[in-house]
Design a protein. Sequence first.
Length: 122
Amino acid sequence: MDQLFDDIARLLATTQSRRRAFRLLGGVFATAVVGAFAVKPLSAQSCTPEQIKYGAKTCGPVPSPGTEKAPPGVCCPAGTCCALGGQNQPGQCCTKGQCHCANGRCAASSGGKCPGGCTLCV
C-alpha cells in the first residue's frame, strides 16, 4: 500500500494537467471498486450453461461419503483438463502440455512425460 501511495504521489508531481491527473486517479479508484466488489473469482463458481455451450467443463470436488452435496467446483475453459482433488476439495484447471494429477494439482511435463499419478493434458 505504501508503494501505491508513493507511485500516486510521483504521478501527481509530474508536469501534467490537473484534469488528466484526476481523470487517471478516478479511473484507478473505479477499477479498484469494481474489481473488489463486482467480480467473482473464476475458481469460486461452476460453469454457466453458456460457458458449457462453448466447451467449458465444471471441475467439481467429489462429495464426502454420507453427504449429498459437494462445494462448488471450478469452471475449466475449453482446451484445459481437470485435475480433480480429494473429497470436498476443489479441482484445478491444467493447460495443454501440463500434467493433471490425482492429488488435484497440475504438474509440469518433461518431454511429454508426466510424474507418477499424473496424466498429460492433450
